[in-house]
Ligand binder design. Structure first.
Ligand SMILES: [Zn+2]
Length: 240
């Protein structure tokens, strides 16, 4: 872990958090509904900066709370500090930083409305492939790029199979997220692919058991899987 790069990650996270807040508020809508541009409390149009950024966590008209203050700042700063500290100026740092920031936004949206919007996951495929390609060319390591593409394909296919076998537990949003994470895992190697995926399921299982024991949920409750997959991925990528 490189302390200078980790500190840069904290700074970048704090700067990016307001952008992410706009993204989360805008995309945290039920499936099929248009992106949110009005306050859910008073229906007033929310102020924008370049179409996607809100600086405030409250509606300027009615003061209704739009997001939890400081939560996104904290999450983005911690995640970027870990990832930039881990990849410390290597060529692949850009791809992992991009996926981390996307992951924070997706986890926040999934926790709110239990979906991972295609509008965010699908355009991230060409972006991630481009960033990994640049890193592969710069490192003269095309094998890593091949592994990343195969890893993405393998994990998306496995999740698709699981979603077909257990509909209602895994959604197609999870399948599309799995493809992106599979690329990141594959880039780092097959052991990371196996452990990173397993970590998500273990975290989800332990949390579900904990919530059942403490009667915070029932057997029929739906718990968003995306945040667990993302936290498992983060821990594996940083630790391995
Ligand atoms: Zn309002």
């Amino acid at each position: 872990m490189n302390a200078t790069w980790a500190a840069a990650g904290v700074l970048l996270g704090v700067l990016l958090a307001p952008v992410l807040r706009g993204l989360v508020i805008r995309h945290a809508v039920p499936s099929g509904e248009p992106l949110r541009d009005t306050c859910p409390g008073c229906q007033q149009r929310l102020p924008r900066w370049r179409g996607f950024r809100w600086l405030s966590t409250r509606c300027p008209s009615c003061r209704a709370s739009l997001t939890t203050p400081l939560l996104l700042e904290l999450a983005t700063a911690v995640v970027l500090a870990l990832v930039l500290g881990r990849f410390a100026g290597q060529w692949d740092a850009a791809a992992f930083a991009f996926l981390s920031v996307l992951g924070v936004a997706l986890a926040a949206i999934d926790a709110r409305v239990q979906r991972l919007p295609d509008r965010l996951t699908l355009p991230s495929y060409p972006a991630a492939i481009a960033l990994f390609t640049v890193a592969a060319v710069a490192n003269a390591d095309m094998a890593a790029l091949g592994r990343a593409l195969l890893g993405g394909l393998a994990l998306a296919a496995s999740f698709y199979l699981l979603a077909c076998l257990r509909p209602g537990e895994l959604g197609l949003g999870d399948v599309k997220l799995a493809g992106l994470l599979g690329m990141a895992f594959g880039w780092l190697g097959w052991p990371v692919l196996a452990l990173g995926t397993a970590a998500g399921f273990v975290l989800f299982g332990l949390t579900s058991i904990g919530l059942l024991i403490t009667r915070r949920v029932t057997l029929s409750s739906q718990l968003a899987f995306g945040p667990f997959l993302l936290v498992g991925a983060l821990l594996s990528v940083v630790a391995l």
